[in-house]
Every structure is written in structure tokens, then in C-alpha cells.
Design a binder for this molecule. Structure first.
Ligand code: WTA
Length: 651
């Protein structure tokens, strides 16, 4: 068991919020209880009522839930709406001069966009996309850094009914190509480069490399100039954003789409090699993105909300590009990294822009905690009133530091459990919920979370088991793009039972609080990023000198988990410098195949993998070795126990 999980399991402190904080929040504990009761009595009615209240519908829906083709559930099916209209236009009457986006670049450059300015930019770009031949239902890849144009591009797609798929800028050309091909995208939007940590990073080159082989269906690449770097522009294919946009109108009539029309695809890692295109809807997705920004973060007119996630991840969709705008809030986008020019950068940005609600990942908190309290104490953080966390279980030490040093014991810590597939927060406190460090507390109203044993029976005590969701909810994944079978077998593996099986293990304490223990499948959580062990193994095996590879996670103080690779070569295991060189080469190879986030931290060589006589790799043993622990398990079923000695030597 990792140190984090052990400390979470022994945690028993409860933090009640002060009456002052509780009274400043729009909903009381009683209101929340009443919502839970309503949801329990009429699940579909509960969500339908909220969908009518919170969203603008061009055509109102009459069907709440259509489960005729379960587990492909449909919500609000006969309704029509436009997501971009809901995020922008509906605020124009009362908030046209209110700031929608505050942007701070890597070098400290600042830009502001009011709702009116955002509207004009999104309309111009929506007109541009249509002029470039993009139509409703077409797939568009967005491969951009954290700059306002990424949100403008996403919103413009939503406005014309095109389905975007944002690919994280840290993914390699190979990973980008796989996603372009799987999505069947027609157009790619990118930048010449990005600025991070004082350096400029090229993005356009990766697009060129990705499009070099295959991807014939991509006819256009729109390039926004973020840096001064010149990049090659392919005649007839590539077009400069500003040139393409010249002369376009600031007005665009949003295209109303069915509630179930796919808003976006977002590729994420699973147990098998190929990342899956998680398909989200328009109506149901927006409803939960909207509600959770209201419920968990209590976003009001004078708030400045900063979610530090990149738009390449689901958090950057629901808590940057869509949710905060749907509720009409002001949100901040930051291009840089937390440690440049020094590890006080996050706190400087909070101070300078008066951030009131701050949302980040435990890995960032742990990394900044290492620098102590002096840096944050140099900045005025008095405007902060709520702090959020997401991505992995937060260890109580990091929770306490966040609470004491950043929140000055004043701000509730909103620990939000959810996934790419769930679209929005599922288990999380409201700002009035008593908190326990390390627990994401209780399911939000309308979410029916349960714990199952291996056979799929519900557990009612406080024993650990598989986390599952019993009833469909509006923002749930609709499909794995183009692969119905994979959708069913991955998420609804219990034949004849309606449970959406999450892939995490968890336990529920006597107060009904949930404690997430981690993934139960072959998915690693490295710095809050999801990586499939098989994806990394396939990348390693594609290297000409690698015959076989097994990848496991090991606990890491800052990243949560680190990648440990066990490699069998089809040449002799090199010694000394040659060995170091090969290790470096393999790490870079994985970065090229997937992206730098997937680079193994440790690589060990052996002449075979530890396999049972029936050929099964004993990953349990590899995990023990990766942790640097003594092997106490039974190794008698191993075909060749001497393999373990080889792997115990670290490269
Ligand atoms: C983990 C990120 C504990 C979990 C939004 C989940 C968490 C996976 C938490 C999804 C949390 C996310 N506490 N674990 N608050 N939030 N996780 O799809 O294992 O990138 O299944 O979505 O992250 O990762 P994903």
C-alpha cells in the first residue's frame, strides 16, 4: 500500500466550516438535503427540472431520459440548444462588459476579454470555420497551448455544431496522428508555438509530422501566431488564423443542435493499448458542467475563478472552456508553469488578479509545498475564499498545507472526484459540507454512487470495493467514438446489471463519506494524468532493440505515481555508458511515441519477464521490485526465479 493511501486511511479529523463561510454560500445544508430527497424520489424529474431552469433551449424537450438502448442512455433527446449561445450570448444583455477571460501569459503579459469581446471573437472564428468548409458534425482537432484562442476555437466549434477533439499540447506527433485518424478529423487548429517556463515550444512541427503519413482527410490547418517563430506553411493546406479571419463578421447565428449531438471527443487512456475517444453530448454535458460550477465553486458575479488545468484534459473542458462561462463567471487562464520564474508564480497570479476560487491538482500542491510557506506568504491571498482539488487522492499532509498556508484556515477545500467519462464532478463537497482531509465526501444530488464486491453485489458496510454509479446521469459518456462494443464492455461489464463501473476502488465510512483508494485497472495516474500501462508498453516494444516490456506504477512523493518499465532486449544487455545511453534513448523514444509525460522514471533490463509457467507476467512482483521492497510473495510458480535478481539492479 502506498504511503498516501495509508495516511488517508488513518485520517479521522473533521473540519466544520465557520458560520460566516456557510452563510455566504447560496445553498444551505438543508437545501442540499432537500435536493437529495427530490433526486431519490424522482431521478429523471430532478435532472429535467434543472435542465429547464439552468439552460436555454431553442426547442424545449419533453423526454427526460431515453433508456430504450441502454447502456447508451440519452437525455433531453427531443430538445434543441446551442452550447456556445448558453455560454456567451445569453449573458450579453446583463453582462456584456463583464470580464469573461483574464489571461496571463508565461512572460507576464495580460489580456482581458469581456463577454462582448469573447462573443465577437467566437463569432468571427465560427464564420471562419464555416468559410473553410467545416459543417455540423465534422470533427476538428485543436492542438493548442493555454491561450484564450483555444477556448475561442472550442466555443466556435460548439457554435456551428462541429465536434472538437482537443489534444493536449504535450502529446507527440505520433499520439496526435492516432487521434486525428481515429476521430476522422477534417481540420486542425494549432499555433506556431507556445511559451512555457521561459522557453518557446513548437507545436506546428508536430502537426506537420503527424500529417506527413496518412490523415488524408485533413484538408486545412489553421495556425494562430503565438510566438515570433517562423514555421513552414504548406501551400494550399495551412492558413494563418488572422488571415483566415480577415473580413469575417462579428455576428454569427448559433446552430441549434439536438441535446444528444456530440459536443466533443476527448481521448483518454484505458486498460488496452489504444486511447479511447470519450464522446460527450451537448445538453446533458453542459447541464452538469454548469451545475457543478454553481454548486461546488459557488461562482458569483464578483468571483475570479482560476482552474489551472490545461484545455487538453477534461478539467479544462468543464472548468475552463464551458462551465464557468455557462454560469457567467470571470475566469482566469494561465499559459505558464507553476515554477517559472519561481515557485511563487501561482500565488503571484492569484494576488495580481484577485483570484477568489482556485482549483488545482494534488501533484501541484505537493510540488509547491516543498518550497515551504515563505513564498506564498509573500503574496496577498486574502481574496481567496474556496480551494479545489482534482485528479488523484489528496494526502492529508498536502490537504493541511493547502488549508493552512494557502487558505489561511478560512477556505473550504473542495476535493472533487470525477473522470473524463463522467463529464463533471460526481463526489464532492458543497462549500457547506463538513470536510475530512483525503475524502471527496459525498455524491452530489442526483448521483447514485455505490461500492460493489468483485461479483457486482452492493456492499453496505465500510469495506472497500469497486466504485460504481447505479443510475445514468446527464453528463455521462455516450460512447467510445465509433466503438459501441468497447463502450459496453469497459463501462458496463456486469452483464444484466445497470452499473457504470468506474475503474477505481473506494470505501465509504460510517458517515457515508467516500475515500478513493486508486485505480483497479492498468491505468496509472502520473501527476494527475491518466496513462495506460499498455500504451507505454506498446511504445517501448516498437523500439527496434526491445523485445518485450512490462510497465507498472510505483509511489512517488510529488507525482503520486511514477512509471517503472521492465524491458527485455533483443540484443545483449549493455553495460556502463552504453547502458545509460540506451536508457536515455528509450525514455526519449516513449516521449516521441506518446509525449514527455509518459517517460519512464526507471528502466530495468532482464533477459525475460517474470512469468508463470503458463506465460502470465507477474506484475505484482514487478510492483514490489519497482518500490524497492523485499520480495516476500511466493515465487514458486515462476518459470525462472533468477529473472528477479536481474531486475533488482536498477539501470
Ligand atoms: C482519479 C480527471 C481521488 C481517479 C478529472 C479517476 C481522483 C481518475 C480524484 C480520472 C479525486 C480524479 N480523488 N482520485 N478527487 N479525481 N481521480 O479521466 O482514479 O483524467 O478514475 O479525470 O483520476 O482521471 P481523468
Amino acid at each position: 500500500m502506498s504511503k498516501n493511501i495509508e495516511s488517508i486511511l488513518t485520517e479521522s479529523r473533521v473540519f466544520e466550516l465557520s458560520d460566516e463561510i456557510k452563510s455566504g454560500f447560496g445553498l444551505s445544508v438543508e437545501d442540499i438535503d432537500a435536493m437529495r430527497k427530490d433526486a431519490a424520489e424522482d431521478h429523471v424529474g430532478f435532472w429535467s427540472k434543472l435542465a429547464k431552469e439552468k439552460l436555454h433551449w431553442n426547442k424545449p424537450f419533453t423526454v427526460g431520459l431515453d433508456d430504450s438502448n441502454a447502456p447508451h442512455y440519452k437525455w433531453f433527446t427531443d430538445g434543441e440548444l446551442n452550447v456556445s449561445y448558453n455560454c456567451i450570448d445569453r449573458h450579453l444583455e446583463t453582462k456584456s462588459d463583464k470580464l469573461a477571460i483574464i489571461f496571463e501569459g508565461d512572460r507576464g503579459d495580460v489580456e482581458h476579454y469581456t463577454y462582448k469581446e469573447l462573443h465577437d471573437n467566437v463569432c468571427r472564428f465560427a464564420n471562419t470555420l464555416q468559410a473553410q468548409g467545416v459543417e455540423k458534425g465534422d470533427r476538428v482537432i485543436i492542438y493548442m497551448p493555454m491561450i484564450p484562442q483555444a477556448v475561442i476555437a472550442m466555443q466556435a466549434c460548439a457554435r456551428i455544431g462541429a465536434i472538437h477533439s482537443v489534444v493536449f499540447g504535450g502529446f507527440s506527433a505520433e499520439a496526435l496522428r492516432d487521434r486525428i485518424e481515429d476521430a476522422g478529423a477534417k481540420l486542425v487548429i494549432t499555433t506556431n508555438g507556445s511559451r512555457r517556463g521561459g522557453k518557446t515550444i513548437s507545436l506546428k512541427h508536430a502537426v506537420d509530422d503527424a500529417l506527413e503519413k496518412g490523415c488524408e482527410q485533413v484538408k486545412r490547418v489553421i495556425v494562430y501566431r503565438r510566438t515570433d517563430d517562423e514555421v513552414p506553411m504548406h501551400e494550399g493546406r495551412d492558413i494563418d488564423w488572422m488571415e483566415a479571419e480577415a473580413g469575417m463578421s462579428n455576428y454569427h447565428d448559433p446552430v441549434a443542435v439536438d441535446a444528444e449531438h456530440p459536443l466533443f471527443l476527448l481521448y483518454t487512456s484505458g486498460s488496452t493499448g489504444k486511447p479511447k475517444g470519450v464522446q460527450h453530448s451537448s445538453g446533458g454535458y453542459l447541464l452538469n458542467a454548469h451545475l457543478t460550477n454553481e454548486w461546488m465553486f459557488d461562482l458569483n458575479d464578483d468571483d475570479v475563478f482560476w482552474c489551472t488545468a490545461d484545455v487538453g484534459w477534461i478539467t479544462g473542458h468543464s472548468y475552463v472552456a464551458y462551465g464557468p462561462l455557462s454560469v457567467g463567471a470571470t475566469m482566469l487562464m494561465f499559459e505558464g508553469v507553476p515554477t517559472y520564474p519561481d515557485a511563487g508564480r501561482f500565488w503571484q497570479v492569484c494576488q495580481d488578479h484577485g483570484v477568489t476560487v482556485f482549483y488545482t491538482a494534488p501533484t501541484a500542491i505537493r510540488a509547491l509545498m516543498k518550497f515551504g510557506a515563505d513564498l506564498p506568504n509573500q503574496y496577498d491571498l486574502s481574496k481567496l475564499r474556496l480551494l479545489g482539488t482534482v485528479g488523484e487522492p489528496i494526502n492529508p499532509e498536502a490537504w493541511m498545507w493547502y488549508h493552512d498556508v494557502i487558505g489561511k484556515q478560512r477556505c473550504p477545500i473542495i476535493d472533487t472526484w470525477w473522470q473524463t467519462e463522467t463529464g463533471a464532478h460526481m463526489i464532492a463537497p458543497f462549500p457547506v459540507t463538513p470536510l475530512k482531509p483525503g475524502s471527496c465526501t459525498q455524491p452530489i444530488p442526483g448521483i447514485d454512487a455505490v461500492i460493489l464486491d468483485e461479483e457486482g453485489n452492493e456492499l453496505h458496510g465500510n469495506e472497500g470495493g469497486l466504485l460504481a454509479i447505479k443510475k445514468p446521469w446527464p453528463s455521462m459518456i455516450r460512447n467510445v467514438w465509433g466503438d459501441d462494443e468497447r463502450y459496453r464492455s469497459t463501462y458496463f461489464p456486469l452483464a444484466g446489471k445497470p452499473y457504470y463501473v468506474v475503474g477505481d476502488s473506494a470505501h465509504r465510512d460510517e458517515d457515508g463519506y467516500f475515500w478513493i483508494l486508486g485505480r483497479v485497472d492498468d491505468v496509472l495516474n502520473v501527476s494527475g494524468h491518466r496513462l495506460g500501462t499498455m500504451e507505454i508498453e506498446s511504445a517501448l516494444v516498437s523500439h527496434p532493440q526491445v523485445a518485450e516490456a512490462a510497465v507498472v506504477g510505483r509511489p512517488h512523493d510529488v507525482k503520486g505515481e511514477a512509471v517503472a518499465a521492465f524491458v527485455v532486449l533483443n540484443v545483449d544487455i549493455p553495460e556502463g555508458d552504453a547502458r545509460d545511453k540506451l536508457v536515455q534513448e528509450l525514455r526519449n523514444w516513449v516521449a516521441k511515441e506518446i509525449g514527455p509525460i509518459a517517460k519512464p522514471d526507471d528502466i530495468r533490463f532482464g533477459t525475460n519477464l517474470p512469468k508463470t509457467r503458463s506465460g502470465k507476467i507477474m506484475r505484482r512482483l514487478l510492483r514490489t521490485i519497482a518500490k524497492g521492497e523485499e520480495i516476500t510473495q511466493d515465487t514458486s510458480t515462476l518459470e525462472d526465479p533468477t529473472i528477479l535478481d536481474q531486475f533488482q539492479q536498477k539501470a
